[in-house]
Design a protein around this ligand. Structure first.
Ligand code: SAH
Length: 370
């Protein structure tokens, strides 16, 4: 029986140093290998010329560097690029790169499917299958970086990563935190802390844990300013209502003096886009270093929701701005290739049993629920 090889995409710098130490090698070898992997997009040990020949041969026996398999990719007329990446057993997830004049943002998935069942999200219609491994999460960044010819500190085409693809990142805590550490490592993708953003539907205890264990920008999917409406749209609100959620956000911000928390608010016609709701939102936002991101709803097949009219979005934004709340309207990008927020679908097979298990663990408040 041959021992399974370790996929080095699954290890952050400390993990890789331990791996080398355990193999009887000097830990600094980890730094050399990381540079090959993340700065030069090399996956074969044979090409790593500053690593001795004997070690290269040894590595070939115990390790591998395997990126996700690109099943399909597509570029939008606005430059947005989407990858469908194959996982195990016929499952697939999506990652999206969005180029803008001053930055390039990659939207990364954290789970195959999602179990939170937000009513207006296409990923929810697929149900939950499993958490992605660290290698599968960082592999998305690697595939995009290689495609772009991104070289940290030189050719920075990929400047930001947002954990806003498929899945709830705080329910896959350890793998997501490890992957975000590689994104921010100089030997990895070298992104500044504030340029890596984790977006959550609002798992209160896990926001506190994130605050202890990582230092990234936080985005919260709010979508409604009162509990009755939010519970309808984001069922997780029943467990963690708005007041508790905002207290967790305040604690996160209190430990990071210059941080701003982004509140995502998807604009759905006749549902959450009235002036009265904007005024309610103002009251919530005033107490925090907050920025509101209004996302025009992106429709998908079978949804009962519609996008708010442009005039309603502008009026909603004006109420917030007039009250001194920083508010942007997110431009819809990549909608001709179904790459916009909430449209990521991938492919989720065999979800029923895992879906039930996920719901049970979630009810118990267990993280890493897969
Ligand atoms: N589970 C995390 C990550 C998803 S991020 C979270 O909830 O934050 C994707 C963002 O797009 C979230 O704010 C999500 O609520 C929003 N979204 C989902 N479906 C959408 C749709 N159809 N149109 C616009 N935004 C949507």
């Amino acid at each position: 029986m041959t021992a399974e090889k370790t996929n080095l995409f699954g290890l952050d710098r400390n993990g890789l140093r331990d791996f080398f130490a355990q193999a009887g090698e000097k830990p600094y070898r980890a730094d050399q290998v990381m540079k090959w992997m993340y700065h030069r997009h090399v996956t074969g040990f044979a090409a790593m010329t500053d690593v001795g020949k004997a070690l290269r041969t040894k590595l070939e026996g115990i390790a591998e560097i395997v990126p996700p398999n690109v099943l399909f990719e597509k570029q939008s007329s606005d430059g947005t690029h989407k990858w469908l990446l194959g996982m195990d057993a016929g499952n697939a997830i999506e990652a999206v790169f969005i180029p803008e004049s001053t930055r390039g943002t990659l939207c990364v998935s954290s789970q195959v499917g999602c179990g939170l069942n937000c009513q207006f999200c296409s990923t929810a219609t697929q149900g939950f299958n499993r958490n992605l491994s660290t290698a599968e999460i960082i592999g998305q960044v690697w595939v995009a970086a290689r495609h772009l010819g991104n070289v940290p500190h030189h050719q920075r085409k990929l400047t930001n990563v947002v954990m806003m693809g498929m899945g709830e990142p705080l329910l896959n805590f350890d793998n997501v935190v490890r992957a975000m550490s590689i994104m921010r490592d100089d030997l990895g993708f070298g992104l500044a802390n504030k340029r890596v953003t984790l977006s959550t539907a609002g798992l209160v205890p896990m926001i506190d844990r994130l605050s202890d264990e990582s230092d990234v920008s936080l985005a919260v999917s709010l979508h409604a300013p009162n509990d009755a409406l939010r519970t309808e749209l984001v069922p997780l609100n029943r467990k963690y209502p708005i007041a508790e959620l905002l207290e967790a956000c305040a604690r996160y911000a209190a430990r990071r003096p210059r941080t701003t928390i982004t509140f995502e608010y998807t604009m759905m016609k006749g549902v959450n886009d009235t002036p009265e709701l904007a005024r309610q939102l103002v009251k919530l936002m005033r107490r925090l270093p907050a920025k509101v991101n209004l996302i025009p709803f992106n429709p998908f097949a079978g949804t009962r929701f519609e996008r708010s009219d442009e005039s309603a979005i502008r009026a909603f934004q004006k109420i917030l701005l007039d009250a001194g709340v920083l508010t942007m309207v997110r431009r819809t990008r990549g909608d001709d290739i179904d790459a916009a927020c909430g449209q990521l679908k991938g492919q989720v097979l065999d979800r029923t049993r895992r879906q039930a298990e996920f719901q049970r663990k979630l009810a118990q408040g267990v993280a890493d629920a897969a």
